[in-house]
Design a binder for this molecule. Structure first.
Ligand SMILES: *Cc1c(COP(=O)(O)O)cnc(C)c1O
Length: 420
């Protein structure tokens, strides 16, 4: 459930009519609902109520806005970060260092040192040389790094290839069969407190079975490691729970279904569990507000040209993703149209031949479910401005990320003297 609803035929975010935001900030603009973030955070945590010993770290790559992190931090969420930049954001938003988990397949030695210096709670090691580098860096600093070894369980998560991470051909983690040997070698290094394992098999998962299968393999690995004399206290189960993008379509498993599955599979593990949800918290807490520029005849259906483009919301171009499109003012009439942005490539298409509420030039509309992997993936392609972000809280709203105009981006460029 979210807080983007029609009142008297006008789409609102909580108590704010969206035309008021368009007027104040312009379009395109991302709009987040604080109450929706809080609701999702609570529903996810409630789904895990049966799990006694846990930590929830929001995967901030899905939405790293400082105001969003602030809201989630107040809900007791930590942060799963995948770069030094994300680590700095989490800390700036007030997330305690001990609640930060550092994931990612290409951490640099400088980033590892940054995490050690800040005293973050957990490093998820992706392969043996990274573990060696972490141990060396920590030892040289007189520290011990709390760490898990990320394993690749080789299961097909049944999601889009670009967001599948748990098959053996993917770049993530060490093969689960070689994990005991690698774990043994890393656990012996000074500077490392290798205390468990981590897994994350992909994103937008609509089926609990592959997750359960992956977790069962992790459970077996924990037993193998314990049998070999290792002291295993932590398991990180990653994120990945899917969300509804399309009104009227089959729903993904709920956080409660997910929690039941986890409780069942991990019943006898006797470990502290970490969760790294991203999309399930952020996705339906945001919309992208846009204005229709033109309606242009097309061979099959007319093109509705909006002022948002693939540089603002990359998911349709990148993952063939569906985002529901709704006029801000309800009309009741329908039309079939293709939804496209102004960017000069055909990939800048949000929908082909879609049944939508009638819109015309000057009308406002939203792309729904844009709170995750939306603004954070934006670029300035075609020398477009970097899209701004707004957060709504009841009847008030604030710009939480400025629009960065093309001129500001251009000001960072230099023509060398030898070209003058
Ligand atoms: C992307 C990612 C997540 C979050 O995935 P969602 O599908 O957004 O929940 C969690 N953990 C890791 C390691 C990731 O790379």
């Amino acid at each position: 459930m979210d807080h983007f609803t029609y009142r008297n035929g006008v789409l609102h975010a909580e108590d704010v009519p969206l035309p008021a935001i368009a007027q104040a900030v312009g379009t395109p603009v991302y709009i987040y609902s604080r109450a929706t973030f809080e609701r999702h955070a609570r529903v996810f945590r409630d789904g895990l109520a049966a799990i006694p010993n846990k930590h929830i770290a929001f995967a901030i790559k899905s939405n790293p806005n400082l105001a969003v992190l602030n809201v989630l931090s107040r809900e007791g969420y930590g942060a799963d970060v995948v770069s030094g930049g994300e680590m700095a954001r989490a800390l700036a938003a007030g997330v305690p260092a001990k609640d930060i988990v550092f994931s990612g397949v290409g951490k640099t030695r400088a980033e590892l040192a940054q995490g050690l210096k800040e005293g973050i709670g957990q490093f998820n090691i992706e392969h043996e040389p990274e573990g060696v580098a972490l141990a060396e860096t920590a030892h040289a600093m007189g520290l011990t790094a709390p760490a898990t070894l990320r394993v690749n369980p080789d299961v097909d998560a049944g999601t889009h290839a670009k967001i599948s991470t748990g098959k053996k051909e993917n770049k993530f983690g060490v093969g689960i069969d070689s994990a005991p040997e690698i774990f043994g070698r890393l656990a012996a290094l000074p500077g490392l407190n290798l205390r468990g394992v981590a897994v994350h098999i992909g994103s937008q998962l609509f089926d609990l079975a592959p997750m359960a299968a992956a977790f069962e393999r992790v459970g077996a690995l924990v037993q193998t490691l314990r049998d070999a004399g290792h002291y295993i206290t932590h398991v990180d189960l990653g994120g990945g729970l899917g969300i509804p993008y399309k009104a009227g379509e089959a729903l993904p498993p709920s956080p409660a279904d997910y929690g039941d599955m986890v409780a069942r599979v991990t019943r006898d593990w006797n470990v502290h569990l970490t969760f790294e949800p991203g999309r399930v918290i952020a996705g339906n807490a945001g919309v992208l507000l846009t204005e229709v520029l033109w309606v242009k005849p097309g061979a099959a259906a007319p093109f509705v040209v909006v002022d948002a483009a693939m540089n603002d919301l990359a998911r349709p171009a990148m993952y063939d993703a569906w985002h529901d499109f709704q006029p801000v003012i309800e009309t009741g009439e329908r039309m079939t149209a293709s939804l496209v942005g102004p960017v000069c490539e055909s990939g800048d298409t949000f929908a082909i031949g879609r049944d939508i509420g009638v819109v015309g030039p000057g009308d406002l509309a939203v792309f729904r479910t844009a709170g995750a992997y939306g603004a954070t993936m934006a670029s300035t392609y075609n020398s477009r401005a970097l899209v701004p972000e707004v957060m709504v809280d009841g009847d008030r709203f604030a710009v939480v990320a400025d629009r960065i105009p093309a001129g500001t981006i251009m000001a960072a460029e230099r023509v060398p003297d030898w070209l003058r």
